[in-house]
Design a protein around this ligand. Structure first.
Ligand code: MV4
Length: 497
């Protein structure tokens, strides 16, 4: 198996391969010569300069590497080529098994207006809005006058919140429209924009789905992903604290319907927005294994990568329905970034590293002590996930694990993560997608547990020094200068009594 990715996800995939007796091939760029995924693989092939456009994203280089290594399958991980239908077709043409859905399913979901039209046809509720890109600003204005403000302008070419613009006042419509179009062109090479009704403070809940090659399709419950900033997820958990068993079953059923409508195969995720009335609407489908898949693995006991490989080999799905979620799992994303400097990436050398462990703690990481985090890729250095019987215990366990995490040499968001887990709104469980923005100041201002520990130590040292000074001024008989070799600590205690 060639793993066409880097960092923690490449290692994650290789771990399962090893357990299944499958030999692994890494690919690496100039910036990743000494990366952990290279050392984890049975062999490694160089694919080009640091920028991913010139290495990890060059289809021919990846295909050549597979041929050179004698690989017969490619796992794309997430990002990079994972949702690229033309790459899937190139793998098919080269006789390589792509570990993921067929190109046709990617085609049906990749373009957002087409995905919306497909979902409406399948009877899946979508956010009210247009099913075609809107041709002109006049047409757009007329549509908005019909459905009313506020609206969201979104790029048809791709999802993930890139190029999205909220419009609240008609005076701003024209400039927002222009700005959305240029952002869409910039992000996806396609300036097509469509319109959705704006949902106030929605929850972001996604359903994991899985299908074999014979149309057997199930869901594997949900993940709550409302703790995001700038459309980057920070904390994910399952079960979602806002889902009743009934709503879970209903959303799961709809997600299965969505996957079946596009003849999906393998692991996929159907994203929904859930409004205050607990109505849910299809947002987009991610046709890949997701970053946050470990929380689903924790509560279902399944290995999603092993299931992907078996499905690609043509094995029939063993399960016939969703496993009931067992306990609770939380994942936090550890980034090399500085929250106090507007979350600026903080690449550099990791001079010391202590990774948490203990019962029901999993750290999916791509780094090691002495490793230099490069500045050309995403700065996520690890995903810490835990399992516990209840949500309350899972929060406590995540805090405990984070308290063990020590990363020196670079700045990380660990303190920020601890502040999120300690935030009353998070603990309450009814946090929506506006949570991290609304609590921004509180989360950055929260006290550092490491600093309070240091303050305690400082006060001990200070008291000790004061005692020492006092001892020097005392008469010799009570212990002053000539203390007969008794340690200063013991002396300090003695004079206190
Ligand atoms: C929305 C929305 C409100 N109304 N669409 C952001 C990511 C992208 N996948 C879709 N997103 C949103 N779409 C409508 N019609 C609010 C968001 C949104 C959001 C969604 C998920 C997680 C965090 C978010 C933060 C701000 C806005």
């Amino acid at each position: 198996m060639l793993v066409a990715n880097r960092g923690e996800i490449a290692i994650r995939v290789m771990r399962t391969c090893k357990e299944l007796g499958i030999a692994t091939v890494a690919v690496y760029s100039e910036a990743d010569r000494s990366a952990l995924h290279v050392r984890t693989a049975d062999q490694a092939i160089f694919v080009g300069p640091p920028p991913s456009r010139e290495s990890y994203l060059v289809q021919q280089r990846i295909l050549d590497a597979a041929k050179q290594a004698g690989a017969d399958a490619i796992h794309p991980g997430y990002g990079f080529l994972s949702e690229n239908a033309s790459f899937v077709r190139a793998c098919d043409a080269a006789g390589l098994t792509f570990i993921g859905p067929p190109a046709s399913a990617m085609d049906s979901m990749g373009e957002k207006t087409r995905a919306r039209a497909n979902m409406i046809k399948a009877g899946v509720p979508v956010v009210p809005g247009t099913t075609e890109p809107v041709a002109s600003v006049e047409e757009a204005r007329a549509y908005v006058e019909k459905i009313g403000l506020p609206v969201m302008l979104k790029a048809a070419g791709g999802g993930g919140g890139k190029g999205m613009r909220k419009v609240e006042r008609m005076e701003d419509f024209e400039s927002s429209w222009r700005s959305a179009k240029s952002a869409a062109l910039n992000a996806f090479g396609n300036d097509a924009v469509y319109i959705e009704k704006y949902l106030e403070k929605p929850h972001h809940v996604e359903i994991q789905v899985f299908a074999d090659q014979y149309g057997n399709t199930i869901h594997l419950n949900e993940r709550e992903c409302s703790a995001q900033r700038r459309h980057q997820k920070v904390v994910e958990e399952t079960p979602s604290p806002i889902l009743s068993p009934e709503l879970r079953a209903k959303m799961g059923e709809v997600a299965v319907k969505a996957a079946k409508a596009v003849n999906y195969v393998g692991a996929g995720t159907v994203e929904f927005l859930v409004d205050v009335h607990r109505n849910f609407y299809f947002l987009e489908m991610n046709t890949r294994l997701q970053v946050e898949h470990p929380v689903t693995e924790w509560v279902t006991g399944l290995d999603l990568v092993a299931m992907q490989i078996r499905a690609a080999e043509g094995e029939k799905l063993g399960l016939t329905e969703a496993p009931r979620p067992n306990g609770h799992s939380i994942e936090v994303r550890v980034y090399a970034e500085d929250p106090s400097r507007n979350f600026m990436p903080s690449p550099g050398k990791i001079t010391y590293l202590r990774v948490p462990g203990g019962p029901n703690v999993r750290d999916d990481s791509g780094v090691f002590p002495g490793y230099t985090v490069p500045n050309v890729y995403d700065p996520m250095i690890s995903k810490l996930s835990v399992w516990a019987p209840t949500r309350r215990e899972a929060i406590a366990r995540t805090q405990r694990a984070l308290s063990e995490y020590v990363v020196k040499g670079i700045t990380t968001n660990i303190r920020y993560l601890r502040a999120i887990l300690a935030n009353p709104e998070f603990i309450e469980g009814d946090y929506d997608t506006s949570f991290l923005t609304r609590q921004h100041d509180a989360l950055l201002g929260a006290e550092d547990p490491k600093l309070s520990e240091m303050a305690l130590l400082a006060s001990v040292v200070h008291t000790y020094q004061k005692d020492q000074k006092r001892l020097k001024t005392l008469p010799a008989a009570t212990g002053g200068q000539g203390n007969g070799g008794v340690s200063p600590w013991k002396l300090a205690l003695r004079t206190r009594r």
